[in-house]
Design a protein around this ligand. Structure first.
Ligand SMILES: Nc1ncnc2c1ncn2[C@@H]1O[C@H](COP(=O)(O)OP(=O)(O)OP(=O)(O)O)[C@@H](O)[C@H]1O
Ligand SMILES: [Mg+2]
Length: 463
């Protein structure tokens, strides 16, 4: 698509010559001879770049610049100024003009400036697009659930997010959505446009984690060939997410506590304090309280962190959310796999709801993904679920025999099973009763009721 350029100048000759040049280099050009016409043109169709003469008959060029920027902040305005009025040009730059060219216009100069301005505009649009599409998945409404417990969690998180709280602790079993919540806390807060930095405190050696967090000066240790900023510094004005905080070593815990209290720190090997303004969101799937009792987690840091605690309950304590989440993931994977979302059969729904989900939402998501790969008939059935879910006893057992749609006569089925049991045990009532989990008396009663005694021979039936 050609770039759109609006040329604003009151001198016809200048408009004409600029138009010629720009059209030749592939631009789509519109011209305006005064301020009003320029603003009308921007309103009609947004240009990519405006070449704006500062001296116009009706409106002050600075005024026009201001109005264009208000309407369309991404439009790049290049100022043209006839007299070397550096002060006005500086003022224009301060108000967001991209650059200025002095008249008479040097066309080579114009081309370079124009190309750069267009590139800047494209980058800005790309950044804006990325910001919109990337932060969108992390809003609170992306946290699916209608149960009381999850609604309480979201309500509390909203309050915390909008508050000035600088430390937040998220507790919850693995897979309950701590990451999701930490991101929502950031992307729905005033800090949303600032960085969100995250690091897992697990599985990184202490020294490495420390330099990741605090950064280092050149020569702070053997490998420190250059100065490096740490995450604490990079998260300035934003949020730092410390995942699995329970795994942080006691030495680092002490240093972190210091940062939380003083809002300042030093790079490794550094001598000057660096002030930071950030929110620290820490997450753990362990009971930090017991870690404190066991002496692996510092009590003072624990008290500091737990002031604002959000606890996400495990999925088994909010079973109403299971069907909702299941359908959410069905829709998600149907988009991903490009196939229509299957219906969730009542039987599968019942099994999913009854299961205890030790891996919580993550496990449910994986189960649905797998089921979507297996199913081919447009309906998600128990056969598509892993055995640990279908072999559930207790709460809601999987069906032993499928009930035909036409229905059955229960007594006939019972009679048939009693007959089979007697056949298999050659009429031995003790053994047959055991097969059916009945007492001998209960069996005897049925044998009589169904008239099954005779065919098996009376002798054996008595024993
Ligand atoms: N309420 C929810 N709604 C939608 N998706 C969810 C919800 N809770 C969790 N998820 C999804 O489940 C998966 C696991 O969530 P997440 O990574 O946030 O869990 P976690 O608590 O950080 O787990 P871990 O302790 O293992 O790090 C992710 O794909 C996440 O998007
Ligand atoms: Mg996590």
């Amino acid at each position: 698509m050609p770039s759109r350029v609006l040329v604003v100048d009151d001198e016809r000759l200048i408009r004409w010559s600029l138009e010629q040049t720009l059209v030749k280099s592939g631009c789509e050009v519109e011209t305006a001879e005064n301020g009003e016409a320029a603003l009308a043109a921007v309103r009609r169709e947004v240009p990519d770049v405006v070449l704006l003469d500062l001296r116009l008959p009706d409106l002050d060029g600075i005024q026009i610049l201001r109005q264009i920027k208000d309407m369309q902040p991404n439009v790049q305005v290049i100022i043209m100024t006839a007299y070397a009025d550096i002060n006005t040009a500086v003022e224009a730059m301060r108000l967001g003009a991209y650059d200025y060219l002095s008249k008479p216009i040097d066309f080579e100069n114009l081309e370079v400036t124009l190309r750069n301005a267009l590139e800047t505009r494209q980058l800005r649009e790309k950044v804006e697009y990325l910001r919109e599409t990337h932060s969108y998945p992390f809003h609170f409404d992306r946290i699916i659930g209608m149960s009381r417990p999850i609604r309480d969690v979201i309500a509390l998180a909203r309050k915390v997010s909008a508050s000035g709280a600088t430390t937040v602790l998220i507790q919850g079993e693995s897979g309950t959505g701590k990451d999701l919540l930490a991101k929502a806390l950031h992307y729905e807060s005033e800090r949303a446009d600032e960085p969100f930095m995250e690091i897992a405190c697990t599985a990184i050696p202490e020294a490495l984690l420390e330099s990741e967090l605090f950064g280092h000066e050149r020569g702070a240790f053997t490998d420190a060939k250059a100065q490096k900023k740490g995450l604490l510094e990079l998260a300035h004005r934003g949020t730092i997410f410390l995942d699995e905080i329970g795994d942080m070593t006691p030495g680092l815990q002490a240093k972190l506590l210091h940062v939380l209290e003083e809002h300042r720190f030093r790079r490794l090997g550094g001598t000057k304090d660096i002030a930071v303004d950030m929110r620290v969101v820490a997450a753990t799937n362990k009971e930090l309280r017991s870690a404190v009792d066991e002496g692996t987690f510092r009590k003072d840091l624990y008290y500091r962190l737990q002031v604002v605690t959000i606890t996400i309950p495990p999925l088994r304590e909010r079973r109403e959310d299971i069907p909702l989440l299941a359908r959410h993931f069905l829709a998600h994977f149907s988009r991903e796999f490009k196939k229509p979302p299957p219906r969730l059969s009542p039987e599968a729904e019942r099994l999913l709801t009854a299961y205890d989900w030790p891996g919580n939402v993550r496990e449910l998501r994986n189960v649905i993904e797998r089921a979507m790969i297996l199913e081919e008939t447009g309906e998600l059935l128990p056969v598509h679920l892993p055995s640990e879910i279908t072999r559930l006893g207790g709460v809601a057992p999987a069906p032993v025999f499928m009930l035909p749609r036409t229905g059955i006569v229960l007594e006939e089925v019972e009679r048939d099973f009693v007959r089979q049991a007697l056949e298999q045990t050659r009429g031995n009532q003790t053994h047959a009763a055991r097969l059916l989990h009945l007492t001998r008396d209960e069996l005897r009663y049925r044998v009589k009721k169904f008239g099954l005694g005779r065919s098996n021979g009376d002798d054996e039936l008595v024993n």
